[in-house]
Design a protein around this ligand. Structure first.
Ligand code: ZL4
Ligand code: CA
Ligand code: ZN
Length: 393
């Protein structure tokens, strides 16, 4: 047995909904909700459920979703039927409202349930933090950062992150949102563009012409107007292909360290999109499970209420490894996790001969050429430092 027990003095809650995981975007769509089942299977196999408070989350209500989303959009989302749209008509079909029904955001059976369950888990997690019942709350089924007020985008229909942060803001004066998904966290950035109570920071692959969503340049820092309190409260770290654990950790620790010092958040929300890992089907980076997890470890050391969301992640076995490791870090049992996959994992075949932490000889995925120069990384730190001169908690 793993001998994992509940650490005394602090609480981690784990929020999931097995019903959510059964939904399908379509056979060949990269977003696979069953990656959540795979992750949970690994987490439970290690015995981590004994070290956390485990909750089956409920679906968010219409009223809860309406704290951010427009009722026009929610009404349409709740009634639209999954009629397959012929691909050549995708851009002419008059029924394609709110960007729903294309290949990125298909209409599928139970879509509204799927969305409300994702948001329900995120909201439950936020409420455990504000009631001080949890120090770290985990919602791997959330993290859908591209959804807008009245528009689906990039596999995201409901922005559970925005809904959860709005809940945190009822009790917390300042929330820091950090996004380590390989894509820009545009929906969350936009939602809090005009407030100084939320600082958003996204690390992402940036190539305006060739990588989704094309926003998130270094100098995209919120409304330029002096009157607007949201100025300087949106930070972006645009990266190139192939960034390594070492470079990423240097950037993350320096930038987040400075932000925490200046902005003095009272809670942190971290989107842990696993598509920034090496070998991801859609990603471009070289991050290993250790480098991705180091971001979670750094945030935990800030000793603030911490909400962990999932997000992207398109090579399911790597998603499961990352989120299992990050759950172990949250709980504080990472030192008890050995380099093996427990033999009783029901999904053992998914991992074949893999270990949770691949050794140097068996790193995740084919390494990509690293196109990030030290000089450019220093420029980014410099730019963030300048933005933070305008920020006073
Ligand atoms: C697919 O194989 O860059 C969707 C999407 C469906 C099945 C078969 C249809 C084939 C890759 C992606 C046609 C696919 C055409 N199927 C997709 C501009 C685009 C228009 C749509 O991690 N085509 C759009 C969105 C991104 C675009 C990334 C990341 C979410 C998150 C948080 C969202 N959209 C070009 C692409 C496939 C598909 C294969 C795909 N879509 C890859 N990148 C996109 O940040 C959860
Ligand atoms: Ca990001
Ligand atoms: Zn992503």
């Amino acid at each position: 047995e793993s001998g994992i027990t509940k650490p005394k003095g602090y609480n981690v809650s784990f929020h999931c909904n097995p019903e959510m995981e059964k939904h399908h975007f379509g056979m060949t769509h990269p977003m696979k909700p069953w990656r959540l089942t795979l992750s949970k299977s690994l987490i439970y196999s290690y015995g981590m459920s004994f070290a956390m408070d485990n909750y089956i989350s409920r679906a968010a209500t219409y009223e809860e979703l309406a704290t951010f989303h427009s009722t026009d959009y929610l009404d349409f989302l709740g009634t639209v039927l999954p009629e397959p749209v012929p691909r050549d008509l995708e851009n002419q079909n008059p029924d394609l409202k709110f960007n729903l029904g294309g290949s990125d955001c298909p209409l599928f059976d139970g879509l509204y349930d799927y969305c409300s369950m994702s948001a329900g888990g995120a909201l439950d997690a936020a409420r455990k933090l504000v009631s001080h019942q949890s120090d770290i709350a985990i919602a791997w089924g959330g993290g859908l950062h591209h959804a807008h007020k009245a528009e689906a985008s990039g596999f995201c229909y409901i922005n559970d992150i925005v809904v959860a942060i709005l809940e945190l803001l009822r009790y917390h004066p300042r929330v820091l949102y950090i996004d380590i998904d390989v894509h820009h966290g545009d929906g969350v950035e936009e939602a809090f563009f005009s407030t100084d109570r939320v600082m958003t920071v996204s690390f992402h692959k940036y190539d305006p012409n060739n990588f989704f969503p094309g926003t998130g340049a270094l100098d995209d820092n919120g409304p330029k107007s002096e009157q607007n309190p949201g100025s300087h409260h949106a930070l972006n770290v645009p990266l190139n292909d192939g960034i390594t654990d070492e470079q990423y950790a240097m950037l993350f620790d320096t930038i987040i360290g400075q932000i925490v010092e200046k902005f003095r958040p009272t809670a942190i929300a971290l989107q842990c999109g696993a598509d920034s890992l090496a070998g991801d089907r859609l990603g471009r980076f070289n991050l290993q499970v250790q480098g991705h997890g180091a971001c979670v470890a750094f945030c935990k050391r800030m000793n603030l209420p911490l909400l962990l969301f999932g997000g992207g992640g398109y090579t399911p076995r790597n998603v499961a490894r990352a989120w299992a490791y990050e759950t172990a870090l949250a709980v504080g049992v990472d030192d008890k996790i050995n380099d093996y996959i427990p033999s009783h994992t029901p999904w053992r075949d998914q991992f074949r001969h893999d270990t949770l932490f691949p050794t140097l000889e068996q790193i995740l995925g084919e390494p990509r050429v690293n196109r990030n120069t030290q000089k450019r990384l220093q420029e980014m730190i410099q730019h963030v430092t300048e933005q933070l001169r305008f920020v006073q908690a």
